[in-house]
Design a protein around this ligand. Structure first.
Ligand SMILES: [Zn+2]
Ligand SMILES: [Zn+2]
Length: 320
C-alpha cells in the first residue's frame, strides 16, 4: 500500500506492506486530514518516525475481536492504551504512560491506504455525517474537550486567540456554552468563517482595546506571542487554556501567572462520541474549513500546501 512517511528527516510517499494485526482491527482509510501536528512532526516534534496522520475516516475490513464492526464506516480515537495500567482500567487510555498514538508515537498513522487500531478505539459514523465532516471528529473532540476540563458558564466572557483550524473549532465549540465569545486572529477571511455562529470576531491589532476583560482565554494560535496576549486579556484569577503543541521552547513570563493568580489548563484530546453528535446535529460547521483535497499520491505536495498562508484544512483522499 501507499503511505506518507517521515523517516530520516525526510517526508515521502512509499510503498509498504499492509499492516497485519491479530488483535487489532484493520481499517481501509477513505480520507484523512492534515493537522498542524503533522507538519510539526516533520520539524522534529515528538521525535516520530513512520507513517504520519491521525485524523481519518475509514471502513473496517477485518476485526476478529469485534466482527460487528466489519464493513462499518468509522473514526478512531488516536490513543491506544496498554489496557492494563490503572488509568486504562479507569477508561482513560488517553493518559496511559505506555500508550501509542496514531501517527504520533510508536504507531503508524492515517495518511496511508490502511491502518490498524484496537477495535475499542473505533466509533461508527452516522450516515448523515459525510466523509469530509467525519475527518474533523478528532480535532473537534479536542476542541470540545475543553468543556469537560473547565466549566463554562453561559455568561462567562471567553476569548479564543488564533483563527486557524483549531481556534475556529474551539470558538464554535465554546460558543455552544457561552453567549459572550470573541475570536481573535490575524486574518479577516479566516475570522469570517465563523460568521452567523454567535461569535464576535476581532483582528489581532485591535485586541488590546480590551482590558483584562475575559474569564477564560484559549490559546490556539500556535505561536509564543499568543501566550503573552492571553495574559493581557485575562481577568485576575482567570483561566488560561493552552491548546497549541509547537515544537519550539517558550520564554514565558510566568511571574504574571503568579501575580494575577491565573489557572493554566493544558488541553490536548477529547472524547469522540460528543464530537460525532455535534456534527450529526449540525451544531458545528466544518465544511467551510476545507481548503483543498489531494489524492494520497500527491501527499508530499498536500503537506506543503497545508503550510501555506491562508490555507485551512487540507484533506487526502485514498479513493482517487
Ligand atoms: Zn490533529
Ligand atoms: Zn495503560
Amino acid at each position: 500500500m501507499r503511505a506518507l512517511r517521515f523517516e530520516n528527516n525526510q517526508l515521502r510517499l512509499r510503498g509498504v506492506a499492509v499492516p497485519m494485526s491479530k488483535t487489532e482491527a484493520l481499517v481501509r482509510v477513505l480520507k484523512s486530514g492534515i493537522c498542524n501536528t503533522d507538519t510539526e512532526i516533520c520539524k522534529g516534534y515528538a521525535n516520530f518516525q513512520g507513517t504520519i496522520g491521525h485524523e481519518f475516516v475509514g471502513v473496517v475490513e477485518e476485526s476478529s475481536g469485534a466482527p460487528h464492526l466489519i464493513g462499518k464506516r468509522v473514526v478512531g480515537e488516536i490513543n491506544a492504551g496498554c489496557g492494563e495500567c490503572g488509568l486504562c482500567k479507569k477508561n482513560d487510555s488517553r493518559h496511559c504512560p505506555n500508550r501509542t498514538v496514531l501517527g504520533i508515537k510508536g504507531r503508524d498513522g492515517a495518511h496511508a491506504e490502511f491502518l490498524t487500531l484496537p477495535a475499542r478505539n473505533l466509533l461508527e459514523v452516522p450516515d448523515t455525517v459525510s466523509d469530509s465532516q467525519a475527518v474533523f471528529v478528532e480535532p473537534l473532540a479536542a476542541a470540545f474537550g475543553i468543556t469537560e476540563q473547565i466549566e463554562i458558564f453561559p455568561d462567562a466572557r471567553i476569548a479564543v486567540v488564533g483563527d486557524g483550524k483549531l481556534g475556529n473549532l474551539c470558538a464554535q465549540s465554546l460558543a455552544l456554552k457561552s453567549n459572550r465569545l470573541t475570536l481573535i486572529g490575524k486574518h479577516a477571511e479566516k475570522l469570517s468563517l465563523v460568521a452567523n455562529r454567535n461569535i464576535e470576531t476581532v483582528l489581532l491589532e485591535d485586541a488590546l482595546k480590551f482590558g483584562k476583560d475575559f474569564d477564560v482565554v484559549v490559546e490556539a494560535s500556535g505561536s509564543e506571542s499568543g501566550f503573552s496576549l492571553a495574559l493581557d486579556l485575562l481577568k485576575p484569577r482567570g483561566k488560561l487554556v493552552l491548546k497549541s503543541t509547537f515544537s519550539g521552547r517558550t520564554n514565558t513570563e510566568l511571574w504574571r501567572v503568579v501575580v494575577e493568580e491565573i489557572t493554566i489548563v493544558g488541553s490536548r484530546c477529547g472524547r469522540f462520541a460528543p464530537a460525532i453528535r455535534l456534527l450529526e446535529d449540525n451544531k458545528i460547521n466544518v465544511e467551510n474549513l476545507v481548503s483543498e483535497e489531494f489524492s494520497l499520491s500527491e501527499g508530499v505536495r498536500a503537506m506543503r500546501r497545508a503550510e501555506e498562508k491562508g490555507v485551512m484544512k487540507v484533506l487526502l483522499s485514498m479513493t482517487n
